[in-house]
Design a protein around this ligand. Structure first.
Ligand SMILES: Cc1cc2nc3c(=O)[nH]c(=O)nc-3n(C[C@H](O)[C@H](O)[C@H](O)COP(=O)(O)O)c2cc1C
Length: 203
């Protein structure tokens, strides 16, 4: 199946990075859109060798990065944030779902007001109007009243709001375990089979 993943400039690039990996490993097509701030935070948090204004070298880096982890990249397509004429900007293209992870408060506000100011925001808008799945993974703390209102607005418009709030009842031992809690929750929401997050069986 075909999924759009949006990575914005909220903290937690690692969630988006891991979701793309898991989807590719499961042989799904991944259409990836990263905002300028997303590339910047990826550089700061994960050492991504990316910059704001060199899409070609960013694409090369992402392909190299996943290949180095043994992840097949033939189903990965990285889009230009400002190419609003891309195929996925149209509701006629059959995309299963979009996941924005992590989702900044800025992008949340744009989606909540239907701005469609770049490709990521436009695809999110298309998901809502076509009644397809849109999963937003906000990362901010504390939330202002404005953030909370915007979260309610997108939830009422049909988005799944799945905050990056890892649980600890599965006793994570590594950072990867913590990340996989959130990514596993995303896969559950998409109804995709997964074995990275164990179901709680009761105590
Ligand atoms: C290291 C770093 C961490 C950030 N963390 C967050 C965050 O957790 N949540 C958030 O909403 N914005 C965060 N920001 C601010 C966003 O990157 C900023 O608002 C940006 O304009 C968002 O743009 P985008 O939505 O186009 O990605 C962070 C910025 C930096 C540099």
């Amino acid at each position: 199946m075909r999924y759009v993943v949006g990575i914005t400039g909220a903290s937690g690039t690692i969630y988006g990075q891991r979701l793309v990996e898991v989807l590719l490993l499961a042989n799904h097509r991944v259409d990836l859109i990263v905002t300028d701030a997303g590339f910047e935070v990826g550089r700061l948090e994960l050492g991504w060798e990316t910059s704001k204004d060199n899409l070609e070298s960013n694409i090369e880096f992402l392909n190299r990065f996943y290949a180095s982890r043994g992840v097949p990249t033939e189903n990965l397509r990285v889009y230009d944030l400002f190419n609003i004429a891309s195929d996925i900007a149209s509701g006629s293209v059959n995309v299963e779902a979009m996941i924005v992870v992590p989702c900044s408060m800025g992008t949340l506000a744009s989606i909540a007001t239907g701005q469609s100011g770049n490709l990521l925001e436009r695809v999110a808008d298309v998901m809502l109007k076509e009644k397809r799945q849109l999963v937003l993974v906000p990362r901010e703390t504390p939330f202002s009243t404005i953030h909370l209102r915007n979260l309610l607005t997108v939830a009422e418009a049909g988005a799944h709001v799945l905050p990056a709030m890892p649980g600890f009842y599965h006793r994570p031992e590594t950072l990867e375990d913590v990340v996989d809690f959130v990514v596993g929750k995303i896969l559950n929401t998409l109804n995709l089979p997964q074995d990275i997050l164990q179901q709680w069986m009761g105590d």
